[in-house]
Every structure is written in C-alpha cells, then in structure tokens.
Design a protein around this ligand. Structure first.
Ligand code: ADP
Length: 475
C-alpha cells in the first residue's frame, strides 16, 4: 500500500471527519482502496471561512516569503515522488512511469510559481495632467474555489493552487471523487511546507452538485477555477454569474492531429502514439481526429498498426505496462458505444477488439471515420485512434476547425510555408508542430471557443489570480 493516504477532508490545517462515507476504488482491480468521509454543507462553509481567515493573513505577506513556502512544498513533493506516483497509479490507473512523469510535471508548476511569485509587477502610467501621478498594481483576488477532474490528479491541482498561493490567494478545492487521495496528500505536504492554516483546504465529496453550488454562490469566494467537461463547465459558469466571480475554465477538446504528405512519418507516428495513447487516451488534449493525407495513408496505417499492436495493456504498477485501465465501467462503455456506432456507419477496425475484462480497453485503430459518426464529434477519452483521410490543405483545415472546441491541435509538416499557414489558421489555443506532447509549466495552457476561458501555466497563469488596481493621485 502506498504511503500518504488520508481519509478525511482537510480544513484549516486539520483533517475534518464526517459520518457519511464513500469508497475510492482502484480502477485496475475495481476493489475499494479506502473509504473516505463525505463532506457536509457545514464543512463546505467552514472551509470557505477558514480560507477567508487565511486570506487576511496571506495578503499581508510579502512575495518572497510566499515564494520560499512554495519552494519548500516543491521540495517535499519531489522527496515523496515515489509514494505519490504509486498512489496515483492506484487511484487513477495510469502506468507508473506516466505517474512519475506527472509528479515531475505537477511539481514543475509549484517551482515555476515559486519563481513567478516575485514578478507580479505593476505599471507607472505617463500622466495626462501635470498634477496627476498614475500607477496600477496587482493584488490577490481573494478566496479561490476550484474543482478538478480525475485524469491528472496532481498536475490539475498544482497548476491552480500554486499560482493562487503565489498571488496571495487562499484555496478551497474539491478534487474528483474518483481521485481525492493525491489531492489530500498534496494538501498535507503543503501544510508541512508552511502554508498558513486554511490556505489550502480539500473537500471530499460524492455530491459534487451540492459542493459546487455552495462554492459558486458564496460571496466570499471571489474566483472560481474549473477543469472538466464542457457541460459541467457551462453549468458552473452560469452559477458563478450570480456573484460575478472571475472564472477560469479548462474544458473539453476534440484535437485534430494532421499528418501532411511531406512529414517525417516516423516522427509523426512517435508523436501520435504519445498524443493518442498517453493515459489510455484520457486527456483533454488527446488526438481525437487523426487526419492523414491520402497519398501516405497506407504507409501511416502500416507503421501505426505495428506500434499499436506492441502496446501492453495491464496493471499500471508493472514496469512494462503502456496502457492501464479506464477510470470506471461507464468510461469503457462509452468508448465501446462510440466504436460500435462508427462500425455501423462504415468504419473498419485494425487491432484485436476482444474484451480484456474489467475496465481494460484494447487499443484500436478505426479507419474510414467520417463526420457522420459520433466518434468524430465527441472526445473518445479512450485508446482508439480514428483515422480520416484528406486530399487538400484547405479541406483539412476546414474539417479541423469545424467543431465547437478549440483546445489543442497538432500537425506534422516539413514545409516551412505550410507550417506558418496552418499554425495561423488552426482555431485552437495550443498548437504542436512536429511534436505530440506540448504541456509545460512555463507556457500558457488553455483553449478557445467552448474549450474554455483563461490560461494555466506561464506568466499568464499568475494573472488569473490577481486583480489590477489603478491609482490616480493628485499632487
Ligand atoms: P468527468 O466526466 O471527466 O469526470 P466532469 O466534468 O463530470 O468530468 O467532472 C470534473 C469535476 O467536476 C469532478 O470533480 C466532478 O466531481 C465535478 N462535477 C461534476 N458535476 C458537477 C456539478 N454539477 N457541479 C459541480 N461539480 C461537478
């Protein structure tokens, strides 16, 4: 059993027990890892009050002190990398090597914002009147509430909490009920690192709707940040309107991955394997529609089939596992329904589509996918690569952009003029050119259209937690 497992919500620097419980299940075995207590309304309000108390203290601290606390948190997370990675594989299912990568990536946000904490500069504005002195400076927004998903149980938390703390904000987090253990471990380590009591509270609940309503409707909470599905994001945005909160929304995607005929095919296949099959395809930036120029289609399919056949599906703890289980039975059912719909409408399968039992889904390639199929329009969130042939650049750009989402897009080309044209034409917040893995703490992650609002990472990620105050002084 990994270390750092806790069973209760964490409020004001202490574990908060309630009588009602729910089970956190291991997606690999479908057995319970542990039962945890389910927060009640009173607990949610206590967490908001605790965060408010912490904010009063935090806004009086200087940036260097906050930076030092964050750096200690970073060091503690890295010291516990092995236990955190094992815990993540246990509750989320991803292969241990990916979990270790996520601890590094997640900790990277803490380190980056420890550095950025010292750089929230303001402006001196040239006056329009001889007797005026104009300045603007940045202040923390206040109490932040956040809701995070299960696919990146550490990174989705650190990339919100670290910039919030760097800015001087306190935080109330509701992690996914499927992966609350990593979030609790992070809060415990933050407390050890010197976070003020109440600066980082974690609420465990199966009743996301109840917690979400209290957090979004509270006047004390001044900023709401969410990562999850577009449907839930829209609902939470509506709820936030009641108190005009600042919001950040990291929502769904439907990433195109385009391989042009002049691409380096081996590099393109390597990039595609990462962009498609990482975390068993359960990422919002996963390649969802793979467009291949018709003249290279056969070659691409041959190379891809070899790589996909070599993927090892199994328990993520085993060193040679490439693909772990999907998160829960409903996720597998959805993947199978999308595949069945595509086959009924004319797609063909490459790969062995046998049922591997439990939450395990065999990796597959679907050829002949068209816009008539559900899999073209929805995030498959599973290890299924949908291949769509195209002839012309203009045609593929039209198809790539013809969705309501705009998170990540990828393309492989060696033609410099095409690289400029296509990267400018793609209506997406992030574009990978000859690269399938683009997330990085130092760069702004986020989407356009119905993929969301705001950016996480980079210097932009700190501004999400700061208000700008303009000061006009007459002398
Ligand atoms: P997924 O289907 O990938 O789990 P969701 O958008 O349903 O994505 O979940 C992301 C997060 O949103 C989770 O923490 C979940 O508990 C939470 N959530 C789901 N429904 C609601 C809701 N109605 N109000 C507030 N939070 C919600």
């Amino acid at each position: 059993m990994p270390h750092l497992i806790f069973n209760d919500s964490f409020i004001n620097g202490e574990f908060y027990h309630t009588e009602k419980h729910f089970s956190v299940d291991d997606p690999t075995t479908q057995q319970s890892i542990v039962t945890v207590s389910d927060i009640d309304e009173d607990g949610v309000n206590k967490a908001i009050n605790a965060a408010h108390g912490a904010f009063v203290k935090l806004k009086a601290t200087n940036a260097t002190t906050r930076s030092e606390v964050l750096m200690r948190w970073y060091e503690l997370v890295m010291q516990h990398k092995k236990a955190l990675a094992e815990l993540m594989t246990k509750e989320q299912g991803k292969p241990l090597k990916e979990a270790q990568g996520e601890v590094d990536y997640g900790a990277g946000f803490i380190k980056w914002y420890a550095e950025q904490a010292k750089r929230s500069y303001g402006d001196v504005i040239p006056a329009t009147d001889d007797n005026h002195r104009l300045t603007s400076f940045k202040q923390p927004i206040g109490v932040v509430a956040g809701i995070t998903p299960w696919n990146f149980p550490i990174a989705m938390v650190t990339r919100k909490v670290a910039p919030a703390y760097a800015a001087g904000c306190s935080f109330v987090l509701k992690p996914s009920e499927h992966t609350p253990l990593c979030a609790l471990a992070l809060a415990y380590l933050a407390d050890q690192a010197g976070f003020e009591k109440g600066a980082f509270n974690v609420l465990l609940s199966e009743n996301a709707k109840m917690v979400g309503e209290i957090l979004t409707e509270s006047n004390t909470v001044r900023k709401f940040t969410f990562t999850g599905s577009t449907g839930v994001g829209k609902q939470l945005l509506t709820q936030c309107a009641s108190t005009i909160k600042r919001t950040s929304m990291e929502l769904g995607g439907n990433a195109p991955f385009i391989i042009f005929d002049n691409a380096d095919l081996d590099e393109a296949i390597t990039g595609l394997m990462g962009a498609k099959f990482r975390n068993a395809g359960q990422t919002c930036v996963a390649a969802n529609r793979i467009f291949v120029q018709r003249s290279i289609l056969d070659k691409v399919l041959k190379k891809l089939a070899v790589q996909v056949a070599a993927l090892k599906v199994g328990n993520g703890i085993a060193e040679d596992t490439d693909i772990g289980p999907l998160i829960y039975p409903k996720a597998k059912q959805k993947v199978q329904e999308l595949v069945a719909d595509a086959i009924t409408k004319g797609a063909s399968v490459i790969g062995d589509d046998k049922d591997l039992g439990g939450n395990f889904q065999a990796p597959l390639i679907l050829t002949g996918v068209t816009s008539a199929m559900d899999i073209y329009h929805q995030e498959v969130f599973g290890p299924v690569a949908s291949i769509i042939p195209f002839d012309e650049e203009a045609e593929v750009l039209a198809m790539a952009n013809d969705v309501p989402y705009g998170l990540a897009a990828y393309f492989y080309s060696q033609d410099i003029k095409q690289i400029y044209r296509v990267s400018e034409a793609l209506e997406y917040g992030m574009v990978g050119i000859n690269e399938g893995l683009i997330s990085n703490p130092v760069a702004p992650f986020g989407g356009v259209k119905q993929s969301g609002l705001g950016r996480e990472g980079g210097h932009q990620g700190l501004d999400e937690y700061l208000e700008e105050k303009y000061v006009c002084m007459k002398i």
